[in-house]
Design a protein around this ligand. Sequence first.
Ligand SMILES: [Zn+2]
Length: 120
Amino acid sequence: MRDLDDLFRALAQSPFRSRFRLGPKERAYLAEKTLPVILEHGRRFLEERLTPAEPRNDGRQTPLRGHPIFLAQHATATCCRGCLAKWHRIAAGRPLSPPEMEHVLKALERWLVEQSSADA
Ligand SMILES: [Zn+2]
């Protein structure tokens, strides 16, 4: 698994990854629900869509809008097993391990915290 400082430096260099932002709606939702609850949603999405060895529709399972976690996934390249392999060095083709799941949640949390403290 890739170190998160190293990962976030690389993400900042990617025009595609760095254009994702929380919009006013997602910010309001995050503030209302609080970060721990949003991360619980994240854990559920990951279990359903990313943990299986061969997730259904891999590469297209993460919507581009609708929940702060979806935006965080695209911004942190945790949207599919292909991106996890390429960006996070987590091999595809087998289930995500519990430490890998925690790694992904840490990446999502870090991005959400950065976004909620950034200027709107
Ligand atoms: Zn992806």
